[in-house]
Design a protein around this ligand. Structure first.
Ligand code: NAP
Ligand code: ZN
Ligand code: ZN
Length: 347
């Protein structure tokens, strides 16, 4: 028996989101039913509502930064009691058998993970995300939100937080390393906080100096405007790691020049248009261009525990569900400080 649940959906590509209802599956023996408290707005929600990454499934209920409380659990659930404070990120299932799933890299599942929305579940039904009152998820794809984190500021960690944390760990950001974060939005502000908490020297590269005070308060040691050509002269060859969080195509050659020998530019932003890369600008100093997608389930739990232990959380503006279209417009104008979070009680 499915349950009818209030949600906010885009009825068609590029359409405004509005109130609707969806059907959630019955709670299976390995599932938890989560009462959603807060859900973050990720720029990926906007790309997908606009079909910017290709054909999508409509109606679409976006939302993959979900924080809430377990309201019911299946008979074979072991990890979560009713009342547990939990989170769900971008994935709700994967094959569990391939080498990547076995290595805790479920986000790179050989079969493709089941994404939280705009995806088809293993039951053949479309998945619907967290702009809703409840969600039903297999306990293996649910993480625990530590007591030190409020659910509202924890929600954005489930995508933006892990997307920043995973490459910072993989590329060994820490004491003695110099990290640049390009773009001070949802991913970027958590990249700054986490890199600072890891002990790295952190530089923000933003379009302008408009948000400089915030950047320094968030933990950056330096802040530069990319609109100023002097920035690229001054910082040439400086960084071990550059994390690009920009949602639009970037002039990569200019950013490669900021890397020291063997430095890496890790691309996190997923623009809708193809990007042109001049390979000559990489080969000079054995620099590398790489990319990274979210993080595995165990690493997401590790990230939440790290954030709780280091006083790291998202800086948010809480909105009602009926403000979501306006919030999308503000994100597109880079007018977000630094994550919109929907109070799910207003859905
Ligand atoms: P966001 O909050 O909109 O932040 C993006 C930031 O990029 C903006 O705040 C702005 O920072 C800068 N920016 C935007 N447009 C720009 C332009 N035309 N030129 C230069 N800079 C620009 O978005 P987000 O939620 O952090 O997501 C960022 C990107 O990462 C999106 O493409 C999203 O889909 C992608 N993403 C990827 C993953 C992954 O797993 N790899 C996970 C989540 C999201 P300044 O104003 O400081 O310049
Ligand atoms: Zn996201
Ligand atoms: Zn797999």
């Amino acid at each position: 028996m499915t349950t009818t649940v209030a949600a906010y959906a885009a009825p068609a590509a590029g359409a405004r989101l509005g109130p609707t209802t969806i059907e959630r599956r019955a709670v299976g023996e390995h599932d938890v039913l989560i009462d959603i408290a807060f859900v973050g707005i990720c720029h990926s929600d906007i790309h997908q509502v606009h079909e910017g990454w290709g054909a999508a499934i409509f109606p679409m209920v976006p939302g993959h930064e979900i924080a809430g409380v377990v309201a019911a659990r299946g008979s074979r659930v072991t990890a979560f009691d009713v009342g547990a404070r939990v989170g769900v990120g971008c994935m709700v299932d994967s094959c569990r058998l391939c080498a990547n799933c076995r290595a805790g890299l479920e986000q790179y599942c050989a079969d493709g993970p089941v994404w939280t929305y705009n995806s088809v579940g293993r039951d053949g039904r479309p998945t619907y995300g967290g702009y809703a009152r409840t969600v039903v998820v297999d306990e293996n794809y649910v993480v625990r939100v530590p007591d030190a984190l409020s659910l509202d500021v924890a929600a954005p960690l489930l995508c933006a937080g892990i997307t920043a944390y995973s490459p910072l760990r993989h590329w060994n950001a820490g004491p003695g390393s110099r990290v640049a974060v390009v773009g001070l939005g949802g991913l970027g502000h958590l990249g700054v906080r986490i890199a600072h908490a890891l002990g790295a020297e952190v530089t923000v590269l933003s379009q302008s100096l408009r948000k400089k005070d915030d950047g320094l308060r968030l933990g950056a040691d330096h802040y530069h405007a990319t609109a100023d050509p002097a920035t690229f002269e001054e910082l040439a060859g400086r960084f071990d790691l550059v994390l690009n969080t920009v949602s639009a195509p970037l002039d990569f050659a200019a950013y490669f020049s900021l890397l020291r020998t063997d430095g890496a530019l890790v691309n996190l932003g997923l623009p809708e248009d193809p990007v042109h890369v001049e390979l000559q600008s990489l080969s000079g100093n054995r620099r590398s261009l790489s990319s990274s997608g979210i993080g595995g389930i165990a690493e997401t739990q590790e990230m939440l525990d790290f954030c709780a232990g280091h006083g790291v959380a998202a800086e948010i503006e809480t909105i009602r569900a009926d403000q979501v279209n306006e919030a999308y417009e503000r994100v597109l104008r880079s007018d977000v400080r630094y994550r919109f979070v929907i109070d799910a009680a207003t859905v």
